[in-house]
Design a protein around this ligand. Structure first.
Ligand code: PXG
Length: 438
């Protein structure tokens, strides 16, 4: 079969992809195991990106595969509206068990986008439940990514994701992003400068009147925008301002959750607690789509104070889907067996040294990292933004290493089972690619 000809006319409208460009020269993955993919023509590719920031335990892990196989044969689907199945309760309990103190409730969704929209809706409903129904505003941050649904898009801060989709949700404002190349380029871990960027929240609140603001949502480390690590003291200051004004702080932990930063969740890594946080991706090791919102006990309780009846008019057909719950339990077992939720901490220095070895490489204007998350930012080629990173990505793939690129930034988030030699291989491949890119 001539795959190229078939693909050019394929019915598959690919997401976030230059369809025509891709279909002319497709890159097809056919199999995966542990740290590796194999292409359709049999080449082995080291996964420097955990799939799409999600396969934290590596690919096709036996406990997860077996759990899903068993569940699909036993009960494929069951509703969670006014019905229940034990595995959903079990998985929620297990999740609450690894969450920071007081995050005792879990609302199931099917993706990070749905988690963001669910968290925003819970925040609005909570404010109303406690008699603060005038708080309708939602605040996001420039360069933030909270998925593609209307709520997450509205609070998101990447212009290309918003500009053609109309006015969207009313009452949304944004605070400044935290990227400061001039002062913080080549920072190892959290940058020194920029705690004061949190004060833009104070300004936005003053402008709109803080008593109209329901919630602020940020990624603890911005992922899609190119791994923007929060400056020291920044998240602490956001927390203080939210608390002072009765505003809920939502952390979007879709990428940072499940061990990416060397702790189960970013809030634990930074010692800053939100009121709600969202997850997806690593929750099921990417095996079956699923997301969730973790809710602090006091927020949940305020819903339960209402007269009996449905407390929250929200939910998805597949909230708590049995296959996803089975995958999730197999995932948590795998994380626990191998200590993966904290393994990133022991590899952080190795990862940091390896990625910073690219300082001084051609085109590189910044290197940044935290946990097993890192980025290398390139000087854009004049008149061709994004071209250099795209070409470097292609060269790495040809050399057998999968990385991610966004704009002119290369991003890295290997599975948490990665070994030192594999970390070195990833950054050697990037170094070679950069020598070949003009
Ligand atoms: N929040 C955050 C912080 C994310 O990173 C979402 C929400 C949305 O999740 P879903 O499951 O609806 O896609 C994400 C997703 C990239 C990239 O290249 C990042 C994501 C997805 C695809 C690509 O950086 N993050």
């Amino acid at each position: 079969m001539n795959k190229r000809v078939d693909l050019q006319a394929s019915a598959f409208w690919m997401p976030y992809t230059a369809n025509r460009q891709f279909k002319k020269a497709p890159r097809l993955l056919a199999r995966a195991e542990g740290m590796y993919y194999w292409t359709a023509d049999g080449r082995q590719v080291l996964d420097g990106q955990a799939g799409l920031w999600c396969v934290n335990a590596g690919h096709c892990r036996p406990k997860i595969v077996q759990a899903v196989q068993k569940q699909v044969a036993e009960m494929d689907f069951a509703p969670t509206f006014n019905m229940g199945h034990p595995i959903a309760f079990e998985f929620a309990e297990r999740l609450a068990g690894i969450a920071p103190d007081r995050f005792t409730r879990v609302f199931f969704t099917n993706s990070g986008s749905e988690s963001a929209d669910t968290a925003l809706k819970i925040a609005l409903a909570y404010q109303r439940a406690r008699g603060e129904g005038q708080r309708f505003r939602l605040i996001g941050r420039e360069r933030g990514y909270h998925g593609v649904n209307f709520g997450g898009m509205a609070v998101g801060g990447i212009p290309a994701n918003r500009k053609v989709f109309g006015p969207g949700v009313a009452g949304v404002a944004h605070i400044r992003h935290t990227h400061d190349l001039q002062r913080n380029a080549f920072s190892r871990g959290q940058p020194q400068h920029g705690a004061e960027f949190a004060d833009t929240l104070e300004q936005v609140c003053a402008f709109h009147d803080p008593s109209t603001v329901a919630a602020v949502i940020v990624e603890p480390v911005a992922g899609s925008a190119g791994v923007l690590v929060p400056p020291k003291g920044y998240l602490e200051r956001l927390r203080e301002i939210c608390t002072k004004h009765g505003i809920l702080l939502i952390f979007d932990e879709v990428i940072t959750g499940f061990g990416r930063l060397g702790q189960p969740f970013a809030s634990q890594r930074f010692g800053v607690m939100p009121d709600l946080f969202t997850v997806a991706k690593g929750m099921t090791n990417g095996t079956v789509p699923m997301g969730a919102v973790f809710v602090k006990d006091s927020i949940y309780e305020s819903f339960m104070d209402a007269p009996e009846g449905i407390e929250l008019f929200h939910g998805y057909t597949y909230s708590g889907h049995p296959l996803a719950c089975a995958a999730g339990i197999g995932t948590l077992d795998t994380y626990a067996d191998e200590g993966l939720l904290t393994r990133g901490a022991s590899l952080e220095k190795t990862f940091e040294d390896a990625i910073h070895s690219l300082k001084g490489a051609r085109h590189v204007i910044d290197v940044r990292n935290l946990g097993l998350m890192g980025a290398v930012e390139l000087e854009p080629r004049p008149g061709q933004p994004g071209a250099r990173a795209y070409e470097a990505f292609l060269k790495c793939f040809e050399a057998g290493v999968l990385v991610r690129y966004t704009g002119d930034t290369l991003a890295f988030s290997p599975p948490l089972i990665v070994e030192k030699a594999q970390i070195e291989r990833i950054f050697d491949a990037v170094g070679d690619a950069l020598k070949a890119v003009h």
